[in-house]
Design a protein around this ligand. Sequence first.
Ligand code: ZN
Length: 326
Amino acid sequence: MQLLFLNPVFKERLWGGTTLKSRFNLSIPSEHTGECWAISAHKNGETTIKNGEFAGCGLSKLWRDHPELFANANELPATSLREFPLLVKILDANADLSVQVHPNDEYAQQVEGELGKAECWYILDAKPDAKIVYGHTANSLDEFKQLALSGKWNELLTTVAVKSGDFFDVPTGTVHAIGAGILILEVQQSSDTTYRLYDYDRRDDSGQPRELHLDKSFAVVSIPHRNNLIKPVTTDPINNAILTMLVSNNNFQVQKLEVFTGFASDDSNDNLIYPIKAKYLLVTAIEGNAIINGYAVNKGDSFIVPNQVRQLEIEGKITLIMSNES
Ligand code: ZN
């Protein structure tokens, strides 16, 4: 059984840049490329399969028509009735992104007709002094509204300095923004619902401020901010590799696998992909290059390990971010 590589979808953004090309050699469409949707079945930017018998097939169709790639045999009908649950992106923030908040499943399904958007960020690179907005200081919704409506953003928003290798869980309801000079790998629920709270009073090309969604932001924001800072758990080195659990919550697990020379998986797994116990894996290479199960993989490549593949054999020095649904 093959690994399923994907053709990424790019999004040009006012805040985007060229790092996706300079760092990952991705074929970006312009010098303002903000987002690479690396593994996506979302209608706003669906990736297609690049190789093998499913080449050219969109991921949503593959999920619907071939649930055996994503589920164990006893779960097949249920799998094809759901939406593909996750979305993996790489974001190049050449300028500050707007301050935003995302709804949970219940609110998003009622109001927007789609999933909520829990997300998490692995910081791939950050310029010195780079910062994110992560949380706020208000203790009540009244206080939150009052500070927001009177423009006291410095008082309301909490900023955190970041560096390469940092990781942040961003549950629904979290006030957040990626700052300028940060490259991020984001794993999120497959949703495109964003409520913009503040855009630094910037104007677009026609001199208009960008639309804000204050009422919806007030409806979904977590108060007080829940500081969900995670301490990644690193397992003992196995087979010349280090496996780090970055986050495990109701929506997804995200792990980092650092392979130093080679990595031969063993057979002693309980019918799940070794070394990660998952029905299928979404993988993005973020450093190095290697041969994985016979395929040449370079940093910037993304692929799916389908259910039928139970082992990974890796030759080379490479770092992978591996995600699976919970
Ligand atoms: Zn977000």
